[in-house]
Design a protein around this ligand. Sequence first.
Ligand code: 5GP
Length: 194
Amino acid sequence: MKLLEDMIREKGVVKPGNVLKVDSFLNHQMDINLFNEMGKEFKRIFADKPINKILTIEASGIGIACIAAQYFNVPVVFAKKAQSINIDGDVYSTSITSFTHKREYQVIVSRKYLSPEDHVLIIDDFLANGCALQGLIDIVNTSGATVEGIGIAVEKGFQDGGTLIRSMKQNLHSLAIVKSMNPETGEIEFAEDK
Ligand code: 5GP
């Protein structure tokens, strides 16, 4: 998606450790015009799927998911980060290793908000090693609901997540795929194929 790629090129900051900072328009301050365009694009990509719910993970996925949800006219459920001691039987839970914070945490979704009748679009801001997505897919599968598709804003194509999730036969679409990025020069290259 050209608008997103242009904004990443113009405003993204490449940090050491394969981290792309996009705080000025995606992860901290949020560019709502961009979010609207991303929402429209997700709707165009997944138009033929019977999606009745969007699932994301706190915190950075929520804004993107909410704007996208207006185009699908469906509710958004976000997986909450939880202390494992608080987890009771009313929730689905899974463990995720954070790429940016390098630690493991539990996420939960109430059983009230996901059930076998649901057809779910998973949305998140970034795809790196795929751990967050694997956790969300695991929660949907445990609930008996169906994953209809996965929409990602920025995939770092040089990490393993994309290959892993596509090998699981998931209908994954990323709006921008970063092929390479250089922390010294700040140069960012995108894959042609989205
Ligand atoms: P994964 O689980 O695929 O390794 O990482 C995905 C999660 O880590 C995303 O939800 C995102 O919040 C965070 N993340 C991974 N890589 C980056 C990055 O380069 N920049 C930012 N801002 N977040 C990232």
